[in-house]
Design a binder for this molecule. Sequence first.
Ligand SMILES: Nc1nc2c(ncn2[C@@H]2O[C@H](COP(=O)(O)OP(=O)(O)OP(=O)(O)O)[C@@H](O)[C@H]2O)c(=O)[nH]1
Ligand SMILES: [Mg+2]
Length: 460
Amino acid sequence: MKSVSLNHEAVVALCTPRGSGALSMIRISGPGAVEIADTCALLTSKKKLVDAVSHTIHHGFVMDGHVKVDEVLFMLMRAPRTFTGYDTVEITGHNNNLLIDRTIQSLVKAGARIAQRGEFTRQAVINGKIDLVQAESIAELIAAQSEAAVEKALGQVEGSLSAQFAQLQNDLEFLVVLSEVSFEFLEEEQVDFGHGQRILDQIELVYSKIKKLHHGFAGQQHVREGVRIVLVGTVNVGKSTLFNAVIGKKRAIVSPQAGTTRDTIEAGLSVNGILWTVVDTAGLRKTDEVIEQEGILRTHEEAAKADVVVLVFDASRVMSDQERERYQEISAQYGDKIIVVASKCEGVIKAQDDIFESVHKVSALQERGIEELISLIESKITHCTQVGATPYLLNERHRATIETLIRKIHDIQNLTQQGGQYELVAYTAKDMLIQLSQLAGKHVSEKTLDLVFQKFCVGK
Ligand SMILES: Nc1nc2c(ncn2[C@@H]2O[C@H](COP(=O)(O)OP(=O)(O)OP(=O)(O)O)[C@@H](O)[C@H]2O)c(=O)[nH]1
Ligand SMILES: [Mg+2]
């Protein structure tokens, strides 16, 4: 993407999606936005927008010279009380592609430039209305797929994550002060009244805060994209029946024939705000059949990338030695991810389950034990992903910075172990402060901004 000097032009874009819907909204924002809008506006009041009071709405027409383009409402908002921090006019018109294009063309003719992806939000960052972390959270909010992700993203738009970084900045600034004060102690050959310990404590405080942010990263992907729960077992044990019972729909085909499911089948459901993708798989057995072999290969791939593997065996019959071996293998392979389920538990239990540590009994046919299985899956997910370990959604940019901060704080810890070296401690802590300010979008390169805003759509 080409980098343009983004500060001194009014930009225009359609903010609502094209397609169905009665109304559209076109925004123009930047220096001269009101004057440009006036060039294309004919207000019913015969007044000019430049003469109107800020934060008022005006009925009128968008004009292309003397030709009326559309009947609209102009919303006038003067800086700085606007989203972008610039003068802004929002034009609500009719949602028709031709009208939208002609309105935008008129505004461009009058001096506006077509906005790039995320440029309104970028203007807001440049004008200090929000920081870069908040801007990223807006993209996150638009893309959020689960209630949990929406909640977290919304908090971050309001500044919850930025506040954490600001707090860390304060703690680092204090570390710099403490370290710098110690040079003076040394110069004046004063006694160190526990000053060294204070520095160590401050380093520890900073370290624990950074670690806490980093720790939460593991669960982030799950909040964003949800979790995968895969049902695995030998043929005909009742996987598909259980799959249907868990998702509450008759989605997979069930039959007494072994090898009914040949491919993987997915279904999504939302459990307490987290998106679950439940996957039914082809039963595992030795086979010469090519399609079934491919299905079994996919079963293994699914199990490998799953967050939870529900390992199903048929309790109503005795397991063959070969089957027992297969179950032992899978248990060993997927260890902590596994929940073992004994199916068809409404009658006499014949299978020997001594190879498993703990077994959950269900009867999908009678819908018994299903709710409990869902709770078991839930606690496994919470356990293995630590969802909610931090209330934040961190992205790769944040992760990279946090990992740099961890490396630098390790450097600081090494310095103090070598005794003193407070000058270097202060120097490294200052370096960490620069990293943090870049995270918030200060002193950050145009290239980084381009990367962040590429993820946005035009009109945001
Ligand atoms: N008695 C009883 N039968 C069940 C239960 N669950 C499934 N079955 C029966 O077991 C047979 C196999 O069920 P499926 O759900 O197709 O088993 P599967 O593991 O998906 O089989 P494949 O896809 O062939 O590997 C069907 O005849 C089901 O009706 C149960 O809880 N109790
Ligand atoms: Mg099946």
